[in-house]
Write a protein that binds this ligand. Structure first.
Ligand code: MN
Ligand code: MN
Length: 489
């Protein structure tokens, strides 16, 4: 008797009527698993290069150019690129770049663009420690770089780990200098030293976790050799400045016009005896950036025009010209529409607004997966698990869904329908128990244009830590899910 025949009537009914997500590894065969692992290798390679929002966008731009994407719009040139041909047609691929920190990849579809665009939007920024604008000090003959943390961090996680510095400095001659220290094995790194346990009794151990590390004490150790001159007051600081000047031609005042960030120096690596997971810095949200970008690259020309949209500043509220609250996407769609309608002269502000209103967007951001050590913060029936596929989230927010983009049931239904029809492993997952805390994504900022938006991304354990954890199976199914959305939605 086969397994199916041995099932009782109610067992069969249970299978038919009840919902449960599946573990991908349990379901999938050897060939698929091979692809999952191969995609994981490519992702680790990307993540190792994408240590900041600027480096992430740089990687995306480089790959887009390699794939033949043309320049449609670049804010560094302050306007649409006139070298782009006016007769855009189905299958044409373009990129639009905004200040090196925000990029869109566009593939023109077969249908009229005003019927709506399919957008997958992810963010390239991740929590980190930004150097202050006047960062360099000396204390007890140790040179320190002062920081101001960026995004939601648990401060204690950033102590005693190797940190690298990456970013740009604009010099007094208005030239841009790129700085990267700590990624190569031969590079030095930076460390914020914690207090030894022997002496931490009063200063730390009796305090709340939120309070025992002060924001003002997140200083990177940056040098200890003084210049040999008794007449100089801060000898170690001067020696550090001398070295920076020699290597990069910068002065102390140049820090004021700099964006330098301290990020974990550790490489992404396989986690677990079975190598099923990847540990690394910045999965939130570079994992969705990678899935969005590679899926638009690999997607067949579709009915709808498709956009992979990579934004900055999500971790601090999406404000600023490179964040999701900026009108860059609105202007970009306007620029595309204008080119497509040049011959007929149909372009209008109203048509642009209607195009946005008929568009559908996947807000591709990570979700908090169940951590076996801290299950109590989740409602297990409404939480995601590692290796159960891409996570659909109807709403985020906090304290009674406040500040959430609550995706319409109709939209959730449509996405669920196309995922099921195309063999995508997906699961439902919300943020946590009611009143446990909360958070948001860029979903609501794209919904501002009357675009239908749903959150759908990769489950992560240890989110916002210097070494977050994802499953390779979920990563691969995020890629397939976005590809299906681009091609079939
Ligand atoms: Mn995120
Ligand atoms: Mn985040």
């Amino acid at each position: 008797m086969g397994a199916e025949e041995s099932k009782t009537e109610y067992q069969k009914l249970e299978e038919k009527l009840t919902y449960s997500s599946k573990n991908i590894w349990e379901e999938e065969g050897k060939e698929r698993v091979k692809k999952v692992f191969a995609y994981g290798e490519n992702y680790k390679d990307f993540l190792n290069n994408a240590k900041s929002e600027r480096l992430t966008v740089k990687w995306v731009l480089g790959k887009a150019k390699e794939k033949g994407y043309k320049n449609l719009y670049d804010t560094s040139e302050m306007g649409p690129d006139d070298s782009t041909p006016d007769d855009l047609g189905p299958g044409d691929c373009f990129y639009a770049l905004n200040r090196g920190k925000n990029i869109a990849l566009v593939k023109i579809g077969e249908e009229a663009i005003e019927d709506g665009i399919n957008i997958v939007a992810a963010h390239a920024d991740a929590p980190r420690l930004d150097l202050k604008q006047n960062p360099l000090i000396e204390d007890i003959e140790i040179a320190l770089l002062k920081t101001h943390y960026y995004g939601g961090v648990k401060k204690y996680q950033w102590l005693n780990i190797p940190l690298a510095i990456t970013g740009v400095v604009i010099t007094k001659d208005n030239k841009k200098v790129e700085i990267e220290i700590g990624f190569k094995d031969s590079d030095p790194v930076f460390v914020i030293p914690d207090l030894l346990p022997h002496l931490a009794q009063k200063v730390q151990s009796e305090k709340k976790a939120k309070e025992f590390i002060q924001g003002e004490s997140l200083n990177l150790v940056a040098g200890n050799i003084p210049v040999k001159d008794k007449k100089v007051k801060e000898k170690v600081k001067l020696a550090v400045l001398e070295k920076l000047n020699k290597d990069y031609g910068i002065l102390e005042e140049d820090f004021i016009s700099a964006e330098l960030e301290a990020v974990p120096a550790a490489r992404p690596r396989d986690v677990g005896i079975d190598r099923s997971m990847i540990g690394g810095y910045g999965h939130d949200d570079r994992v969705c950036v990678f899935a969005a970008v590679t899926s638009i690259f690999d997607s067949k020309p579709a009915k709808k025009t498709t956009i992979a949209f990579i934004v900055d500043k999500e971790e601090i509220g999406s404000d600023g010209p490179t964040g999701a609250k900026s009108q860059f996407i609105f202007t970009l769609v306007g620029a595309i529409l204008k080119k497509l309608k040049k011959k007929t002269g149909e372009y209008s502000d109203m048509l642009l607004r209607e195009t946005m209103g008929r568009s559908v967007c996947i807000s591709a951001d990570v979700s908090a997966a169940l951590n076996p050590m801290y299950k109590e913060v989740h409602d297990e029936k409404n939480a995601s698990r590692l290796s159960h596929g891409v996570v659909l989230t109807k709403y985020t927010g906090a304290g009674g869904k406040y500040a959430a983009n609550d995706a319409d049931a109709e939209l959730v239904g449509m996405i669920r329908y196309i995922f099921n029809k195309n063999g995508i492993y997906w699961q439902y997952g919300g943020m946590g128990k009611v009143d446990e805390g909360g958070g948001g994504t860029i979903a609501k900022h794209l919904a501002f244009y009357n675009t239908s938006v749903i959150d759908c991304g990769v489950p992560v354990i240890g989110m916002h830590s210097p070494y977050e954890l994802i499953s390779k199976a979920d990563l691969y199914y995020a890629y397939l899910a976005y590809k299906v959305f681009f091609e079939k939605a």
